[in-house]
Design a protein around this ligand. Structure first.
Ligand SMILES: Cc1cc2nc3c(=O)[nH]c(=O)nc-3n(C[C@H](O)[C@H](O)[C@H](O)COP(=O)(O)O)c2cc1C
Length: 222
C-alpha cells in the first residue's frame, strides 16, 4: 500500500473481528515501527504485547477493578480532564458523533460507561499493546513514543490490519502494572488495539473530521 493511501485509510477502529493476529506479524510491525525517529535516537518506547490468556486476565481484572473503583481514572503522570477551547469542543463533537452512530442517547450514563469500558477489552481485538516510558525521561520522549505508535498504526494498515490508539490504558494503571509486571520506574502511557476491523459495526463508520490547515499552520517567509 502506498504511504499516502495508508494515511487516508487509517482510522480508529472500535470493533474488531476475532480473527487472530500471529506473533510473527506483530513482530514485523514492531520492526517497521522502530524505524520511527526519536530525539538523539534514544528510542524510549517499550511495549507489552498481550494476547490469549494474559489479555483475557488483563481485561477481566481491569474491568472488575473499574466496577468497584469507578473513580480510579487518574493517570500516574499529569493529565487533564477538562481542556480549554477549542480542544474541549472538538472532543465533545467526536463523542457526540460516535455515540450517535451507536445509538447511545445524550445523558445515558450507563450506556456511556459500558461503551467506554470496551477500551479495556481492546474493542475485542485479538492483540493489545501497552506502551510504557521510563519515568525519568522528559516530555520529548512522549513525542518519540507517539512517533512510534503512528508508524506502527500505518504499518498495520499497510498490512491490512486496523488499530485504535488508546489513552484509556493510563487509567487503572495499578492493575495493568501488576498483571504485566511493568517496572515501578516506568509510566503506562497508552495502548493500541490491533486486529481486523468488523466492517459491519456502525462505530467503524465514524469519520473524525480535521480542521483546515489555516486553523493550525502559520506560514513565515513564503
Ligand atoms: C494518544 C491517543 C489516545 C487515544 N485514546 C483513545 C481512547 O482511549 N479510546 C478511543 O476510543 N480512542 C482513542 N484515541 C483515538 C482518537 O479518538 C482518534 O485518533 C481521533 O478521534 C481521530 O480519529 P481517527 O483516528 O479515526 O482519525 C486516541 C488517539 C490518540 C492519538
Amino acid at each position: 500500500m502506498h504511504l499516502i493511501d495508508a494515511l487516508h485509510a487509517r482510522k480508529s477502529v472500535r470493533a474488531f473481528r476475532p480473527d487472530p493476529v500471529p506473533r510473527a506479524l506483530v513482530e514485523e510491525l514492531l520492526v517497521l515501527a522502530s524505524r520511527a525517529p526519536s530525539g538523539t535516537n534514544i528510542q524510549p518506547w517499550k511495549v507489552h504485547v498481550v494476547a490469549g490468556a494474559v489479555r483475557r486476565r488483563l481485561e477481566e481484572e481491569v474491568l472488575a477493578h473499574r466496577e468497584t473503583n469507578p473513580e480510579d481514572v487518574r493517570a500516574e503522570f499529569p493529565r487533564m480532564n477538562k481542556r480549554k477551547e477549542p480542544y474541549q469542543g472538538r472532543m465533545r463533537k467526536l463523542g457526540k458523533e460516535m455515540y450517535g452512530l451507536i445509538g447511545i442517547p445524550k445523558g445515558d450514563q450507563a450506556a456511556n460507561w459500558a461503551q467506554w469500558g470496551r477500551n479495556y477489552k481492546f474493542f475485542d481485538a485479538p492483540v493489545g499493546l501497552i506502551f510504557t516510558v521510563d519515568k525519568e525521561l522528559d516530555r520529548m520522549s512522549y513525542v518519540d513514543v507517539g512517533m512510534f505508535m503512528q508508524t506502527f498504526m500505518l504499518a498495520a494498515k499497510a498490512k491490512g490490519l486496523d488499530t485504535c490508539a488508546q489513552g484509556a490504558w493510563n487509567n487503572y494503571w495499578t492493575v495493568t502494572r501488576r498483571i504485566l509486571n511493568v517496572p515501578e520506574d516506568e509510566y503506562i502511557i497508552a495502548g493500541i488495539s490491533l486486529g481486523y476491523a468488523d466492517d459491519s459495526h456502525p462505530v467503524n463508520t465514524l469519520v473524525a473530521e480535521r480542521e483546515p490547515v489555516e486553523s493550525f499552520a502559520t506560514f513565515h517567509g513564503f
